[in-house]
Design a protein around this ligand. Structure first.
Ligand code: AMP
Ligand code: MG
Length: 411
């Protein structure tokens, strides 16, 4: 169900996300060094050219023995050489019945190796020339086989997946120093409101408040791997808002506007967009908090209007802006799975008698999995938001019992 102006139908959050994602056109791809790629979106497929392990090697510090000497105890084997990790080819060493080679973890095992006996399972002669096996070795034991983890030709990275630290290590194991990833969008963060004062300055009058949304939303972007946005504050005035939006649209790929998207006469974002010839694609959604959320585009540029109440702007940024910005980087984002949910158990009864999805803030106890809703659920309650760490979506009309299994979104 899309929002249709004039018909009074407003969209549920999942439909909103689906609609936004359908409008996102991925930005350019760039080459980045491994130091920059964690958290970025891969824009290429990478196939293994180096098997893991890339040669049969020892899993232990011990002795490489022949297949014939596997299963035997009490026999003396002559030590014919030594190979450590990085020891090129074992010096042409081979292992045969009655003989063994001293090996260390990661050493390429010599030809003829049937198993490695760990050093704890042998009695070594003091001069290092011989050993006696005390615990019989199984054929193949403690040999890490070439390709056991990864074979040449296997895909190590898909297009559209986020490069995690472990995947960065995997790319490095392939000898790759650079990979193509999605560029980071240039984001402008525009806080609207005559009441706003920058933190660090004294409040000029008793009705002034600090701009908390700007720093909060910038922090959220940073936490999700995005570059620092260009921040500005717009006065509640049509011309100032229009000029601020026009300038930000010139220099950025994405605009995140906080406040000024409601229905009051001092909410200038919609009229200013209209003056720039931009009609909202959607405005007002069935979300509590976050009802006045606005989304528009100018060409491929994305414009998000977040309601000014701190909790509303945080929640709508989390639910809609972050997935859209991932998609902009080229990530495969599906509306149905974009919100990462964790299992939880309700601490008490939860009800939503309203007709909008209630995004309830609360504390998720990681030890017990119990979710306790915050006592204050209003959209201005920044302290309650900051003391919470998870969101529970409570659909309209829902009544949930204490102890009920639910899924919550960590933040
Ligand atoms: P608005 O959406 O502009 O009507 O603002 C709704 C409420 O959020 C008002 O109480 C504003 O004072 C407050 N608000 C708007 N922008 C900010 C901001 N950047 N930081 C803190 N509060 C804000
Ligand atoms: Mg305002």
């Amino acid at each position: 169900m899309w929002f249709q102006p004039g018909l009074g139908g407003i969209m549920m959050p999942m439909d909103v996300l689906e609609r936004l994602l359908s409008r996102v056109v991925a930005g350019p791809a760039v080459e980045a060094g491994l130091g920059e790629v964690p958290g970025r979106v891969s824009r290429e497929e990478v196939f293994a050219t180096v098997a893991l392990p890339s040669f049969d090697n020892s899993a232990m510090d011990g002795y490489a023995i022949s297949a014939e000497d596997c299963g035997r105890t009490g026999v003396r084997l002559a030590v014919t050489g030594e190979v450590a990790a990085g020891g090129a080819d074992g010096g042409g060493l081979t292992v045969a019945a009655g003989k063994c080679v001293r090996v260390f973890t990661g050493a390429r095992v010599p030809a003829g190796t049937g198993a490695v006996v760990m050093q704890e399972d042998v009695t070594a002669e003091e001069n290092g020339r011989g050993i006696v096996i005390n615990e019989a070795a199984e054929l193949g034991e403690f040999i890490r086989r070439r390709g056991a983890d990864l074979c040449e030709g296997q895909r190590v990275l898909a297009r559209g997946e986020v490069v995690s630290p472990a995947k960065t290590g995997l790319l490095a194991s392939q000898g790759l120093a650079r990979v193509r990833v999605g560029a980071l969008p240039r984001v402008a963060l525009l806080s609207t409101g005559d009441e706003l004062t920058p933190p660090g300055q004294p409040l000029p009058h008793p009705a002034a408040i600090y701009n908390s949304n700007g720093p909060m939303l910038a922090a959220l972007l940073r936490e999700h791997g995005l570059a620092a946005p260009a921040q500005s504050v717009l006065r509640d005035d049509l011309d100032a808002t229009r000029e601020g939006l026009a300038a930000a649209l010139e220099a950025n790929d994405v605009l995140i506007i906080s406040g000024g998207v409601s229905v009051g006469e001092r909410d200038w974002v919609k009229p200013a967009l209209a003056a720039l010839g931009i009609a909202p694609e959607l405005w007002r959604i069935a979300l509590r908090p976050g009802r006045p959320f606005l989304f528009a585009t100018q060409g491929e540029k994305l414009i998000f209007g977040l309601p000014g109440n701190p909790v509303s702007s945080f929640v709508t940024a989390l639910l809609f802006v972050l997935p859209a910005l991932r998609a902009w980087q080229g990530a495969v984002v599906e509306a149905g799975s974009a919100w990462r949910l964790s299992p939880a158990v309700l601490a008490g009864v939860v009800e939503n008698p309203g007709d909008r999805m209630h995004v309830m803030r609360g504390a998720l106890d990681d030890g017990t999995g119990v979710f306790t809703p915050a006592p204050v659920q209003e959209s201005h309650a920044l302290f309650a938001l900051a003391r919470s760490n998870a969101l529970l979506m409570v659909p309209p009309g829902a009544a949930m019992q204490a102890g009920e299994a639910v899924r919550v979104m960590r933040y």
